[in-house]
Design a protein around this ligand. Structure first.
Ligand code: DGL
Length: 259
């Protein structure tokens, strides 16, 4: 039993799509979330810079006694989770594009992966894809500009870019599209309007929440209190965008602070 909060960070509001699934599965856990929006997008930065930012976020969360950290960002996970695990003594949960899940479920033998440049170029992503792709053809698209649009809160502005990035996947007859960036689930309803019916959209939120529960149990640090958790959201951008997303995911019992 450990009542300390779970720490979660992302390059901005995207990781709230992961926070939502964690909170749904583990409503009694308290959380501290860092939205490093002023440094978004991470996906256009070097591995060195992404690792520096991930270390900074981790240290802020550790200073607040977090018992476990969820790296709710594919780009930060694929570029820096190894370093974080080597450096700090607490458990880290990462998020990676769900290539395996899509490769197992495809009937057409073609899957699409939409992710940032930083994720698609990372060694961890390349190794995972190599391991699980088998005979499956993977059509990758870099979602340049999408994170910035999500961070602006004007989600409808993403339509033209999404049409451009998804068309090569549609042309190849993919039947599973992996959202390899935690910002992209906020674009799901737009994506559904663009892709043919029957194409499955896969994100990693539920899997990350389940993994978080497993590690809390295995490490004996689950909060078994009956009362709902308390939540703190830090941002280094405007509060109103963060609040808009917190409403979208129906967050409750929270406070917002400046980073
Ligand atoms: N949410 C981050 C991810 O999952 C976005 C990366 C970025 O800031 O470019 O990759």
């Amino acid at each position: 039993m450990n009542k300390n909060p779970i720490g979660i960070f992302d390059s901005g509001v995207g990781g709230l799509s992961i926070w939502k699934d964690i909170n749904q599965l583990l409503p009694n856990e308290s959380t501290i979330y860092i939205a490093d929006s002023s440094n978004a997008p991470y996906g256009e930065k070097s591995k060195k810079k992404i690792t520096e930012l991930s270390i900074k976020n981790t240290e802020l969360l550790l200073a607040q006694n977090c018992k476990l950290i969820v790296v709710a960002c594919n780009t930060a996970t694929t570029n820096s989770i190894k370093k974080l695990r080597e450096t700090y003594p607490i458990p880290f949960i990462g998020i990676e594009p769900a290539t395996k899940h899509a490769a197992i479920n495809t009937k057409t033998g073609k899957i699409g992966i939409l992710a940032t440049k930083g994720t698609l170029a990372s060694e961890l992503f390349l190794n995972t894809s190599e391991k699980y792709r088998g005979d499956v053809e993977i059509i990758e698209s870099i979602g340049t500009g999408l994170v910035t649009i999500v961070e602006s809160g004007n989600l409808d502005n993403a339509e033209l870019l999404l049409r451009e990035y998804l068309q090569p996947m549609i042309d190849k007859n993919v039947d599973n599209i992996v959202l390899g960036c935690s910002h992209y689930p906020f674009l799901s309803s737009l994506i559904k309007r663009i892709i043919p019916p029957g194409v499955t959209i896969i994100d990693s939120g539920e899997a990350v929440a389940k993994q978080t529960e497993n590690i809390l149990k295995d490490s004996d640090i689950l909060n078994s209190a009956k009362s709902p958790g308390e939540h703190l959201f830090y941002t280094n951008a405007k509060y109103d965008i963060l609040e808009m997303f917190l409403k979208k995911i129906r967050a409750a019992n929270y406070a917002i602070r400046s980073l």
